[in-house]
Design a protein around this ligand. Sequence first.
Ligand SMILES: [Zn+2]
Length: 315
Amino acid sequence: MKFDAPQFRSEAEARKYIEALRWPGGRVCPKCGSIGSEYETKREGRYRCGAKECRKDFTVMTGTVMEASHVKLTVWLMAFYLMASSKKGMSAHQLHRTLDVTYKTAWFLAHRIRAAMANGGLTGPLGGPGQIVEADETYFGKVENPRTVSTTGRAFVKRGSGPANKRAVVALIERGGQARVFHVAEANRETVEKIVRENVHPKSRLHSDESRLYTKVGAELGSHETVKHSAGEYARGDVHTNSAEGFFGVFKKGMTGVYQHCAEKHLHRYVGEYEFRHNTRTKLGFTDAMRAQRAVEGIEGKRLTYRRTNGAAVA
Ligand SMILES: [Zn+2]
């Protein structure tokens, strides 16, 4: 049983575990940043900042995605673990049943954990001299407000930018490495070029299908090689987009099987969740426990972003 580790057994152990991850060099006051000046209050796990002008109380949850939540820390950690270890994701319904919390609480746990997973551990550009970065885009589901409709009112396919009534996702995947994935309003050349320029090392080898979206930006990189999917060519030597296809496979299965009713405004959060698991996958040496820990390490400072877009309800 995975939940035998000490941090799942008691609130005190759970707090110790999260505190060690969040404050490896001593407790930091989330309000003023003073380190190690705090003292304990009568309430276990609540500290008071010792800095003269501050004196604010804080806990390990203050200033994190867990702030103001009444959910037990052990339950939080189990939710982190479940979401980190479920390859295709875990629905709020499943969390609700597995953790025996209300559906509403499960929904908030899932959204906040997704926020903690956002951009987990990514630094610098993808690729590098001679390194392969695959670029690909996919379309699925339905957009809530179709952007382009014909005079008959039916959405139509715009050349080079995919079906107009589908949600578009663009992926950049370093061969054997990290992924960055983007939900875009429309996968047109301008959008895709910007994403490539901002995220790919200019000396990388870019691999894509024959899509003309990448022709111009590809010429700015170390090299740009394509496979012609429309002619049944999926690999030529080491030129292929199989890593991107693999990522999209898991993503789409999860989005249709697990997260069936994701609003488009939340889609980037789900995209980030799959990206996080890809970037901490078993092949890169991560166990489920390490991946869950990496997610917990992301709790810091993401609360405001979350609140701004999701209103003030607290689980
Ligand atoms: Zn302080």
